[in-house]
Write a protein that binds this ligand. Structure first.
Ligand code: ADP
Ligand code: 5GP
Length: 218
């Protein structure tokens, strides 16, 4: 992933964008949350959605829950970096928030469907696309059922979408199989940490701390 100009003429200085997609129930929310807790300077992008909150979900923490009217206005005003309609609901990522975090030097991790991942890749923000797969079809069905947040009909709808979503795994840069949660968390975190060690990013620190590398400096 190269450095360069972000949208709106902003020069990218530090943070990078990690886009995580997976069929619903594969565990991407669980993974993203755990990796953020373990990793300083990695922030989770809270999306806007028109779907109703599930029991236990909090506005501003899990999603910004908005009406369809507000969502449409935001989309018309170009406030979303990407947005998509799925399962009869709309989901979108705040452009301003993501750009601000990246400018501050934070890495941003976001959990979006494959339409969202496609839009981000087609845009002018450098990004890393990560796909999370469940270990098997039966496990996916079981996780969706055990999560206990969706009706049987909703679970079937999500499984139907999952079949299509799994077909596009090759568009992603990284593949994580979420079987053992601890291992999957480690793998996702490794993807983030590896980018931080790249010379394009760490080189600036090396140049400023190792004066001996500058002719005549020490
Ligand atoms: P998604 O965000 O992809 O829809 P979630 O993170 O909500 O998926 O996970 C779906 C369900 O599976 C949740 O109940 C979660 O606790 C559980 N889960 C996630 N990862 C694992 C795992 N590796 N092993 C067992 N259960 C898991
Ligand atoms: P859920 O309703 O289970 O929370 O999420 C359903 C789907 O919406 C998941 O595949 C999730 O990745 C996706 N999603 C959540 N936020 C966004 C977003 O901001 N943009 C897009 N395109 N998809 C999102």
């Amino acid at each position: 992933m190269g450095r360069g100009k972000l949208g709106m003429g902003i020069e990218m200085s530090g943070g990078e964008l990690f886009v995580v997609s997976a069929p619903s129930g594969a565990g991407k929310t669980t993974l993203c949350r755990q990796v953020c807790r373990l990793t300083q300077g990695l922030v989770y992008s809270v999306s806007h959605t028109t779907r109703a909150p599930r029991p236990g979900e909090e506005d501003g923490r899990d999603y910004f829950f908005v009406s369809e009217e507000i969502f449409r206005k935001m989309a018309e005003n170009g406030e979303f970096l990407e947005w998509a309609k799925l399962y009869n609901n709309m989901y979108g990522t705040s452009r301003a928030w993501v750009l601000e975090q990246l400018q501050q030097g934070n890495d941003v991790i976001m959990d979006v469907d494959i339409q969202g991942a496609r839009q981000i890749r087609a845009g002018d923000l450098p990004c890393h696309l990560i796909f999370v797969l469940p270990p098997s079809w039966d496990t996916l069905r079981l996780r969706l059922a055990n999560r206990g947040t969706d009706s049987r009909q909703e679970v079937e709808l999500r499984l139907g979408w999952a079949e299509k979503e799994l077909q596009v795994w090759e568009m992603f840069d990284y593949l994580i199989v979420n079987d053992e949660l601890k291992e999957a968390v480690e793998e996702l975190r490794s993807v983030v940490m590896a980018q931080r060690c790249r010379k394009e990013r760490r080189g600036q620190w090396v140049r400023s701390h190792w004066k001996v590398l500058i002719p005549g400096g020490r």
